[in-house]
Design a protein around this ligand. Structure first.
Ligand SMILES: Nc1ncnc2c1ncn2[C@@H]1O[C@H](COP(=O)(O)OP(=O)(O)OP(=O)(O)O)[C@@H](O)[C@H]1O
Ligand SMILES: [Mg+2]
Length: 234
């Protein structure tokens, strides 16, 4: 579904992503893991069109989208739940969901809101409340639901577990598996490498803007060096 070749992202003179090539197959969860500042968000942001692409190609469903605007990419089928959730705090939960569906017809938006409220019943209970009044976990659910409102072929998720309590993290990862089982393709950025590798089929390890290791998550989980560097001591 997604084929990225020799992606470079630069902020002025600083090259944050260097020659990254990666693939995401339809229906898969693929994870990008790596330490702080490795360039994970820069990769996702370059795919969604909000970070500057210096060079490289991004082919999505057979189309080169690397010159499209962020809005055009949403229409093409790529939606992102950004790092730090970034819900619109002063707007209601429902308004945040409506914004996620801004490029879809009104009837479909209403249907999709129903679907999101079925996924996350708390979003129905708190539909009229300001998004800023939700807990961190609820805001993360809202951020994911807002991304899904675009009915994306590919959902980009940037650290959905960041700062959440273990039970909420568990819930979010189980939800991502449910989405995957429903056919949703997901590119997942996580520092929570263990959980990410449990739900993904393939993983890329990013360090200092480069892919240093890649492989089937099942294999990487058994790799002693990966275990030491990223999975911590159980
Ligand atoms: N808007 C920006 N302007 C300048 N430099 C940036 C910008 N965004 C990121 N960087 C730099 O690019 C590098 C990669 O950052 P990025 O946010 O992509 O890493 P990350 O892997 O997502 O890190 P984290 O785990 O902390 O979210 C870092 O050195 C960072 O300081
Ligand atoms: Mg990041």
């Amino acid at each position: 579904m997604l084929r990225v070749r020799d992606l470079q992202v630069a902020y002025g003179p600083v090259i944050a992503v260097k020659n990254v090539s990666l693939d995401v197959a339809s229906g898969a969860i693929v994870s990008l893991i790596g330490p702080n500042g490795a360039g994970k968000s820069s990769i996702l942001n370059a795919l969604s069109g909000v970070a500057p692409l210096k060079s490289g190609s991004i082919v999505f469903n057979g189309r080169d989208i690397s010159r499209m605007s962020a809005h055009q990419r949403v229409s093409a089928g790529i939606a992102q739940a950004p790092e730090g959730r970034r819900v619109l705090a002063g707007m209601s939960v429902r308004e945040n969901l409506e914004l996620g569906g801004y490029r879809r017809p009104a009837k479909e938006v209403r249907e999709n809101i129903g679907k999101m409220e079925e996924y996350f019943p708390v979003l129905r209970q708190k539909s009229k409340m300001a998004a800023g009044s939700l807990s961190g976990g609820e805001q993360q659910m809202l951020a994911i639901a807002r991304g899904l409102m675009a009915r994306p072929g590919l959902l980009l998720l940037d650290e959905p577990s960041l700062g959440l309590a273990p039970l909420v993290v568990r819930f979010i990862f189980e939800f991502l598996e449910r989405l995957r089982d429903e056919g949703q393709t997901i590119l997942l950025v996580e520092q929570n490498a263990r959980e990410a590798m449990e739900i993904s089929s393939y993983a890329y390890v990013i360090e200092s803007g480069r892919i240093v290791v890649e492989g089937a998550s099942r294999e990487l989980r058994r790799d002693a060096a990966i275990e030491r560097a990223y999975l911590g001591l159980a």
